[in-house]
Design a protein around this ligand. Structure first.
Ligand code: ADP
Length: 275
């Protein structure tokens, strides 16, 4: 397995800079979470890594550069789950997931029984086996999200790019999906780059957080290093309390009682009733 590297990546839309000078290196088996306010450039960076938007700079996986690798070969290396995929309403979940096998087939070759089995197993791992025969148009937002993730899984990539993979999932399925991604990177050494607006999930699942703002990387490191009270006040624009869970894990919680831009540092129990 190979990680993914990016050097000097920039993206413009109609001449307007959305991302500029971004360097990134995510090793095999590592999970980096892109965090930052709306419009910071998280999706644009993921699109640049996936090769679905025109971007300056260089992106490589295992020494192969995106610009010099045919699209089909790149799809064997990198699978991307985008935020609002266009899904053919009449296609069944099983047919859609099988599309993930396409980069692995020879030209004009049909899927083998092993490809079909890989598709169904991906659906099952996402608790979506029962949806196999359902048309995509009949699925709820959360069900669709799991099917889209199953397609990326069936693609069997070296690098998995996830743009808000937990959007529209209930909390149980959010944890199930992230646990699954965690398993994939541990068992198979897949490198994961995800945009996650939920800072608690980002802190608890990723090895490293990359904070983007205004199209640039403004901080990078462990959750504790990146999610400082200053950064939260500056970039979240919200009243949040930085707490610790029972095992010492970080929890970033909205707080109605804090002043605007306020925060409650982990460990302190400001406002807690005195014993
Ligand atoms: P994030 O994912 O962090 O919310 P995006 O990468 O979606 O940020 O957006 C970064 C900037 O690029 C924003 O100013 C956004 O309005 C702009 N942008 C994103 N996609 C497009 C697009 N397809 N066309 C024009 N501008 C875009």
């Amino acid at each position: 397995m190979s990680g993914i590297e990016a050097r000097g990546v920039g993206v413009r839309y109609n001449g307007r800079v959305a991302l500029e000078g971004v360097d990134l290196a995510v090793a095999a088996g590592e999970w980096a979470a892109l965090v930052g306010p709306n419009g910071a450039g998280k999706s644009s960076l993921l699109r640049a890594l996936a090769g679905t938007v025109a971007a300056s700079g260089v992106v490589t996986v295992g020494g192969r550069s995106r610009s010099e690798t045919p699209r089909r070969q790149w799809a064997r290396l990198v699978a991307a789950v985008v935020q609002h995929p266009v899904l053919p309403a009449g296609m069944t979940a099983a047919e859609y997931v099988l599309l993930g096998r396409t980069p692995h087939l020879g030209y004009l070759a049909a899927e083998s029984a092993a490809d079909v089995a890989a598709g169904l197993s991906a659906l099952e791992r996402l608790d979506a086996g029962a949806l196999a025969a359902r048309p995509l148009g009949s699925l709820s937002g959360g069900e669709r999200q799991r099917v889209v993730l199953a397609r990326a899984l069936a693609q069997d990539p070296e690098v998995l790019l996830l743009d808000e993979p937990t959007a529209s999932l209930d909390i149980g399925h959010q944890q199930q999906v992230l646990d699954l991604v965690e398993g994939l990177r541990r068992e198979r050494g897949i490198a994961v780059v995800s945009a996650l607006h939920d800072l608690t999930l980002a802190a608890q699942y990723a090895d490293r957080l990359i904070l983007l703002d205004g199209g640039r990387v403004v901080a990078e490191g462990s959750a504790a290093a990146v999610l400082t009270p200053e950064a939260l006040a500056r970039f979240s624009g919200a009243r949040v309390a930085l707490l610790r869970g029972p095992a010492g894990e970080l929890v970033v919680a909205p707080s109605r009682v804090l002043p605007m831009g306020g925060f409650s540092p982990a460990g302190e129990r400001k406002g807690a009733p005195s014993a």
